[in-house]
Design a protein. Structure first.
Length: 457
């Protein structure tokens, strides 16, 4: 184990009041001498050992914070588990007492030494996700280290795990957190800043970028955060930092809302590419988090009808709550027939917000002559769809696609959420700790009730 923290403070157990407690805990839970900083963890059975690991206490900077956390935890406890929270508090006091170095001259300077390892979630092989203890990334000139606070599970993460997007892949890109460390030459940011980080950044210089096709830039997919977004800490490389991919998160937004900024920005870019008109009628196929976000964005843009389709009832209900005029269960209802009851000629636009290529059936059969279909959900690698070319030609249907987003759209998303024009909190349904990231991925893949699943610090 390399995760134990060393604290510099005046021992809380030196108090006459707490000395009997120290003796009791030593008898009940024998611990180490002060020579081996890891023995406290090694001598315990797995459950208490996990309880005392740094992942639970790495953010506790001093005893005042410990007392505050205990007070909140104890006040929220039921009579049934108040003893548990009290035991946890006493156990951590003991943990501190056995990892301290007395400095009477400055008893309130409780700064821990540098932590060298962290938990991170990796895709070891198709369908094999594993949380590992790995070194915290070192910084090169221009880099920033961010302590992850929230990271959303994207549909593309699940597709990577299933092997649908090709072998391997970095998991997690919908991230927010607090800057933990900056390289010496970074002057634009400060330690402690709340930020959203974007994983892909264009060069802004090539032919694709000159045409405005920034997400087609050859450098775009080469850039990423290190080692991944599902990690206690991640490094934002200088290339991203220099191009504005670390964006301040306003204090009025939560970290979970911050983690929703990237997918929201992708939706903003997609709707812009679809050339939406004020009077358009729009079908949203797939009411996952992005489909539900698109409903909210469109509701502020158009006066026409918005219909959403999905196969999960919880998502259909939320879709209506967030602005859809009607929703249709694609398993039990005929979506194109429903659309044509509203507009006999068909809708102006269909947005396919799922990677399932079969959803294209709904889109093609629901748009009018001269209508538009926007592909937004990422299809599996090699996915194909039998297209009636004659119908596409004669009906003059436009087929568009939209991938990812830019820093400008991230900033626009932050503005809209700050102005309360988008409700992202309602999309977050479930939360898992980083140590349970494997369970989180499986839950997000199989749940019939989940909307957005978050991995949180």
């Amino acid at each position: 184990m390399k995760r134990a923290a060393h604290w510099t403070c005046e021992s809380p157990m030196s108090s006459p009041i707490l000395k009997p407690l120290n003796i009791f805990l030593r008898l009940a839970h024998p611990v180490r001498n002060n020579k081996n900083p890891n023995q406290l963890l090694d001598r315990h059975t797995p459950a208490p050992r996990q309880l005392l690991q740094l992942q639970e206490y790495s953010t506790i900077k001093n005893l005042h914070e410990l007392h505050r956390l205990f007070t909140v935890s104890h006040s929220r406890s039921t009579p049934r588990n108040k003893l548990n929270t009290l035991w946890l508090y006493m156990a951590h006091l003991l943990f501190l007492e056995n990892n301290v170095e007395s400095r009477p001259s400055n008893p309130l300077n409780h700064n821990p030494t540098i932590v060298t390892h962290m938990l991170a979630c990796f895709l070891d092989a198709p369908k094999k996700v594993r949380v590992r203890d790995v070194p915290i990334p070192n910084l090169a000139p221009g880099d920033i280290l961010v302590r992850m606070e929230a990271s959303g599970i994207c549909g593309t993460d699940l597709e990577k795990i299933e092997g649908q997007l090709g072998p391997g892949g970095i998991l997690g890109h919908e991230v927010s957190g607090i800057i933990e460390k900056i390289a010496n030459d970074v002057t634009r940011y400060n330690r402690g800043d709340r930020v959203v980080a974007h994983h892909h950044v264009p060069c802004y210089k090539c032919a694709d970028c000159s045409r405005g096709d920034f997400t087609l830039c050859n450098e775009f997919k080469k850039t990423n955060i290190d080692p991944c977004g599902f990690a206690e800490y991640f490094r934002v490389p200088e290339y991203n930092v220099a191009r504005g991919a670390v964006i301040p998160l306003p204090p009025e937004l939560s970290f979970e809302e911050g983690a929703m900024i990237e997918p929201t920005a992708c939706c903003i870019r997609a709707i812009s590419r679809a050339h939406v008109q004020e009077t358009d009628n729009v079908l949203i196929v797939g009411l996952g988090p992005t489909g539900l976000t698109q409903i909210q964005l469109l509701r502020q843009t158009i006066t026409g009808k918005i219909v959403g389709s999905d196969i999960i009832e919880a998502r259909l209900k939320l879709g209506k709550k967030l602005g859809a005029d009607e929703t249709v269960n694609a398993l039990t209802g005929d979506v194109p027939a429903h659309v044509r009851k509203i507009a006999a000629a068909g809708f102006d636009l269909a947005v396919v917000s799922t990677g399932n290529e079969n959803a294209l059936n709904q889109a093609f059969n629901s748009v009018r002559k001269g209508g538009r279909i926007l592909l937004f959900g990422a299809p599996s690698q090699g996915a194909s769809y039998p297209l009636n070319m004659s119908d596409l030609f004669s009906r003059q249907i436009s087929l568009l696609s939209s991938y990812s987003c830019l820093e400008a759209e991230l900033e626009e998303a932050i503005r809209l959420v700050s102005e309360k024009r988008l409700n992202l909190k309602s999309l977050i349904s479930d939360r898992f700790k980083i140590r349970d990231a494997e369970k989180a991925m499986e839950f997000a893949r199989t749940s019939k009730t989940a909307s957005k699943t978050m991995v949180v610090a």
